[in-house]
Design a protein around this ligand. Sequence first.
Ligand code: CMC
Length: 398
Amino acid sequence: MSDTASHTASDVPPAPAPAPATPPPFRPGLEGVPATQSAICDIDGRQGQLTYRGFDTAILAAQSTFLETAYLLIWGDLPTAVQLREFEHEVQMHRRVSFRIRDMMKSFPAQGHPMDALQASAASLGLFYSRRALDNPEYIYGAVVRLLAKIPTMVAAFQLIRKGQDPIQPRDDLPYAANFLYMLTEREPDPLAARIFDACLIIHSEHSLNASTFSARVTASTLTDPYAVVASAVGTLAGPLHGGANEDVLAMLEAIGSPDQVEPWLDRAIAERQKIMGFGHREYKVKDPRAVILQSLAEQLFDRFGHDPLYDLACALERAAAERLGPKGIYPNVDFYSGLVYRKLGIPRDLFTPIFAIARTAGWLAHWKEQLGANRIFRPSQIYTGSLPRQWQPLDAR
Ligand code: CMC
C-alpha cells in the first residue's frame, strides 16, 4: 500500500454509527409475537377450532390414522394409498432399536422419570445415524421414519427395563398404536382401545408454535441433526406448564377426593392463586377442541370397559371452574381429559407425557422440515437490565 493511500484512508472520519432503532416492546413469554411463518397448523382460539394443513382435527381423529396424519403434517398433503402403504411399511421396518441403546437404558436409574430416559435415548440416536445431509430428501425421509418408528419403542423399552424386565420386540403385524400398547404389556390390545389410542396420538401430534415446537425450530435453525431437534423438544415438553400437566391432573383429581369437595377445593385454590392443572391456554379462550374430543373418547372407553368415578369428579370440576374461571377465558385444555383416557387404557401415569412426545414427534418433524426450507438461525435480541460497566476488584480487595 502506498504512503498516499494510507494517509488518505486514516484521514477519512469514521462514519457515524446508525441511530439505534427503537426496540419493539418486550412481551414476556413472546405472547402475540410471531416468531415464524408456518403452513402446518392453525388455531382459532375464539371459536375453538384446530386444523392441520387445513383439515379439521375432529375429522382427522375420527377418520385418519396417526401415521397418515403424520405424513400430512410433514409433507403437506394426504398421502395416496401407495404412499401411505410405503410409509407405514418403512416405519414398521425401523421400529427396532439397537441393543446398545437398550443396554444404555438399563444403566438409567429405575426411579428416573421416563421423559428424561426418552430425552437421553432420542439424543443417542444421533450417535448411531450421524450422517447429516439436510438438503437430501432421502435423508429427511429416513430421519422422519426412524424417529417416528423408534420413539415409541424406546418409551416402551424403558417401561419394561425399569421393572427389571427385558424389552418386548415390536410386532410387525400390528399397526402403530396397537404395537405400542402391545410393547407395554405383551398383550394384543382390544381394537377399540387401540383405535382410541391412535386418535389420542392424532390430536396430540401438532399444535403450532408451542414451547416444545419452538424449541425444536430453534434447534433446527442451527442445522444440527434431527435427533438433537427432537431431544431438545422432549426436554421442553417435560415441564409441568406444558406436556407434564397431564400427569398432575390425575393427582389433583385424587387430592380433591369426591364431587362434593370440588367447590370448596376450587375456591381455596383460586384464593391461593394456584394454577388449576389442565385448565387455561395461551391460545384458547374457550374449551380446547382437543379436550372436547378427548372427553368423548373417554366416554367411549367407559361405555365399553366400565366407568371411572374420577370422570364424574372431572366433570364437576369443569362445571365449577366454568363459573369461576370461565369469565377470564380459562377452560379445560388438552391435558384435562387425556389422563383419564390413558388411565382407563391401563397406562402408568408417568408415561402420559412420553406418549404426548410420541405423538408430537410428528409435529416437531414437520416444523424441522419447514424450518430447513426457509432457514435463518434464531437469534433474538434482549433488553439488558444488568449493571453499567464497572471496575474489576482483585480478590484481596473485595
Ligand atoms: N388456573 C387458574 N388460573 C389460571 C390458569 C389456571 N390453570 N391458567 C391461567 N390462569 C390465570 C393466571 O393466574 C393469570 O391470572 P391473572 O391475570 O389474574 O394473574 C391469567 O390466567 C393468565 O395466566 P398466565 O399464566 O399468564 O397465562 P399463560 O398464557 O402464560 O399460560 C398456561 C398458559 C397453559 C401455562 C397456564 O394456563 C397454566 O399454567 N395452566 C396450567 C398448566 C396446564 O394445564 N398446562 C397445559 C397447557 S396445554 C398443553 C400444552 O401446551 O402442553
